[in-house]
Design a protein around this ligand. Structure first.
Ligand SMILES: *Cc1c(COP(=O)(O)O)cnc(C)c1O
Length: 432
């Protein structure tokens, strides 16, 4: 076929290097970049005919596999019907139907969905919503945000401000707004955390957290019972709770939302990544009626002045509906159960391995650290492991010396076993 010849003949890498600036990538002496021409299920295919199992769901977005025909068909039909329309003054069925559906599956009672177009904007919206809530109520004292050390909530300025101070934020340090950072709760620190909240509570507008798993921080997991205790104290201090479920949402942790594991429910929930099954860029922020009502006022200044060109894009909303169709199918739910169980068993088998530490898993996420190498993002071992895995037909992208997997739910047993095998090979080659 002509198109395939075209792709093979042109030097994609040279063209790429001329015009593209890649995310999170030092462009000088960058690691080899691979042109991907297609995907199917858990597999990605490059321009030379190699295939790779996508063990991290292409940055945690892909749920049902690549190029899923059901979602593709729905996207196509929607694109032929209505591809985009301004969302102030207009509305449309895909946005309404998706909001109705999200409200039924969210882990508590929420009254409104505010759309945006990615994970960072979904957290920006949440933070602004919470701060202006207090402002609208005439409270000029509650302005600070409480967040966890080692957190990640996105790359735009507000999202960056509430994220851990790290190599990601270093150049912007002085420009980020002030945030009260606390550690994730442990038996040892819980009373100290509570006393910080007692002391500062009246100055804090909102607490933003990644429920149970800190994704970009290295798939660090923390104790749900202690988190309940912490949330109790936070709620008693009338602080708005924002659960950033951008990564944990839509089944990753074995439940639809990680907040379902916790007794205390957030007032605001941020969603993106798996929302469209990983096919289209879409963000959504859900809020309680109490928050919403603080904006329903005669005073025009109490409007929520926020929006994006592609707010509630109809194709993206349709993709999300299609993804939810697949996600709610009993076949997918049993697939998630099977995947969670397999990952749990594999985690147990790794437990006493001398070269690694902190083996942990929750639902479909497995992570551990190599004893070798430092626990930091710029660790060079991560690149070596990625390269080694690619040579073995698997795509993995460790965070520092934290190795993790988070496969699409459609992965089959043979593919999953190949991932486990390559992990064993990593342990032989890279840990001692
Ligand atoms: C990825 C991520 C974000 C940012 O989402 P983007 O779509 O990359 O902007 C925010 N919060 C969490 C928990 C994430 O994992």
């Amino acid at each position: 076929m002509q198109t395939v010849d075209y792709i093979c003949l042109m030097d994609l890498l040279q063209r790429d290097e001329k015009v593209i600036w890649h995310p999170f990538t030092q462009q000088k002496n960058r690691a080899p970049i691979i042109p991907i021409v297609s995907g199917k299920g858990s597999l990605l295919f490059d321009n030379k005919g190699n295939q790779y199992i996508d063990a991290i769901s292409s940055w945690w977005v892909t749920l049902h596999g690549h190029a899923h025909p059901y979602i593709a068909e729905k996207i196509y039909q929607q694109a032929l019907t209505l591809e985009q329309v301004i969302f102030a003054g207009f509305t449309h069925e895909p946005a309404i139907a998706l909001a109705e559906r999200l409200l039924t599956i969210l882990p508590a009672d929420y009254s409104k969905i505010f759309y945006s177009d990615n994970g960072s904007t979904s957290t920006e919206v949440a933070i602004k919503m919470a701060i202006q809530y207090w402002w609208n109520k005439g409270n000029r004292q509650r302005k600070k945000i409480l967040a966890f050390n080692n957190s990640y909530h996105g790359d735009t300025f507000g999202a960056m401000s509430v994220s851990d101070r790290s190599v990601f934020t270093l150049a912007f340090q002085d420009l980020l707004f002030e945030v009260i950072f606390i550690d994730t709760p442990t038996q040892e620190n819980i009373s100290e955390l509570k006393s910080i909240i007692h002391k500062e509570g009246n100055n804090i507008a909102a607490f933003i957290y990644e429920p149970l798993v800190q994704g970009a921080g290295g798939m660090k997991m923390y104790n749900p019972y202690l988190m309940n205790e912490l949330l109790n104290t936070v709620k008693e201090a009338s602080i708005i709770c924002i659960a950033d479920e951008v990564m944990t949402g839509f089944g990753r942790t074995g439940k639809f939302f990680a907040s379902a594991y916790l007794n205390k429910k957030p007032d605001i929930i941020c969603m993106s990544k798996g929302l469209t099954g990983g096919t289209m860029a879409l963000g959504a922020t859900a809020c309680t009626n109490d928050i919403y009502m603080a904006y329903v006022e005669d005073d025009a200044m109490k409007t929520f002045f926020h929006g994006h060109s592609f707010t509630a894009n109809p194709i993206a909303c349709t993709a999300a509906m299609a993804s939810l169709d697949l996600l709610e199918d009993p076949a997918c739910i049993s697939q998630i159960d099977w995947l969670s169980k397999s990952i749990n068993e594999f985690a147990h088998s790794l437990n006493n391995h001398p070269g690694i530490k902190n083996v942990r898993c929750l639902g479909t996420i497995l992570a551990f650290e190599l004893n070798q190498g430092k626990d930091e993002y710029l660790n060079t071992i991560s690149k070596k492991i990625t390269q080694f895995c690619l040579e073995n037909g698997i795509y993995l992208r460790p965070l520092g010396n934290s190795i993790y997997i988070m496969p699409p739910y459609c992965i089959n047993n043979a593919e999953l076993c190949s991932i486990f095998e390559v992990i064993h090979k990593i342990l032989t080659k890279f840990s001692n």
